[in-house]
Ligand binder design. Structure first.
Ligand code: XMP
Length: 317
């Protein structure tokens, strides 16, 4: 039966034979799949694997810096690219969810293509495709899927003309995690909840501004930290905060406030196709709500999403 050590040994051997002295470029997302694919390729070809990790400005608070350091500690040859302004400019004035997704996908391709061109004589594109991605014809996951859905927009960017190498193509998610653990991927990357490619952009309903991103990052940070401290993070499939596009009246001292509302979302699921809302204890919800309202200036109301999928989706956009 399946064994992660054997898988690693035979896959590294195959990759060595297939790639020889060739260079590979791979986009890291901070998620499990691209990280494990990178570690396998790194073990096979070392510095000939060139990783690119793009900061789209839509990640969780501190996430880009933390994850980039982890990648560097693992010895990966990784370039961190600050493309925040490019993404913010592309999103400026947009409020329709699908239009926002397309703008993000397009910008990612521009940034990645530019970076891939900086690597001399690169022959291969590495991807963290896993078995469920292969069998799902329409996959919504990760930068590689974003790229796929843009195949038919204009001409192909140059990096998409590279040969593709996908060392995780035959694996299920739990197997990917076992391989990652064996290869030394730290637990905070290994056990992380799924996070959508367009990131916080689809958790800010309507138009996106850097200030709204900052508010959401602060609220989300408090939420996730509390889930971790109470042991709930590991029992939940996915959790996050949504910044609503309406404001609510509140009071602070003698003053009337008119500020942002956030919704907390937490779901149990196995594959994201169906989901149940998590029955978080009231005391934990109360602590999170107080902390968000007291610490994040600009948010005066917190609500909890008690909708399951279907008919609600996990994300609000
Ligand atoms: P929904 O909201 O459709 O989400 O119930 C199901 C799962 O998919 C994730 N999701 C996305 N992932 N790009 C992604 O990479 C997207 O545009 C996207 N939209 C939703 C969502 O976070 C959940 O895990």
């Amino acid at each position: 039966d399946w064994n992660s050590a054997n898988f690693i040994e035979s896959t590294v051997q195959e990759l060595k034979e297939k790639l020889g002295q060739d260079k590979v470029v791979l986009g890291l997302s901070g998620g499990v799949d691209s990280s494990v694919a990178a570690l396998l390729l790194h073990r096979a070809i070392g510095k000939n694997l060139h990783c690119i990790f793009v900061d789209n400005g839509l990640l969780r608070k501190n996430e880009f810096e933390d994850v980039l350091h982890s990648y560097q500690d693992l010895g990966l040859n990784v370039k961190g690219v600050d493309a925040k302004l490019q993404f913010y400019n592309a999103l400026s004035g947009l409020s329709d969810p699908e239009v926002k997704r397309k703008a993000i996908g397009r910008t990612f391709i521009e940034v990645f293509d530019h970076e891939a061109h900086q690597i001399q004589d690169v022959k291969w594109l590495g991807q963290g495709t896993i078995y469920p991605d292969v069998i799902e014809s329409v996959s919504v996951k990760g930068p590689s899927a974003t790229i796929k859905s843009h195949h038919n927009v204009g001409g192909l960017p140059d990096f998409m003309k590279l040969s593709v190498v996908e060392p995780l193509r035959s694996l299920f998610k739990d197997e990917v995690r076992r391989v990652g653990g064996e290869l030394g991927l730290p637990p905070h990357i290994l056990n992380r909840h799924p996070f959508p490619g367009p990131g916080l952009a689809i958790r800010i309903l309507g138009e996106i501004t850097p200030e709204k991103i900052r508010l959401l990052q602060e609220a989300d940070y408090i939420y996730i930290q509390n889930l971790k401290e109470t042991g709930w993070y590991g029992k939940i499939w996915q959790a996050g905060v949504i910044l609503l596009d309406s404001r609510s009246v509140g009071v602070m001292g003698d003053e009337r406030t008119y500020e942002h509302v956030v919704a907390l979302r937490a779901v149990h699921s196995t594959d994201g196709m169906t989901a149940d809302w998590v029955h978080l204890p009231y005391e934990i919800l109360a602590k999170i709500s107080n902390e968000i309202i007291n610490k994040v200036k600009g948010i005066n109301r917190v609500v909890y999403d008690i909708s399951s999928k279907p008919p609600a989706t996990i994300e609000w956009e």
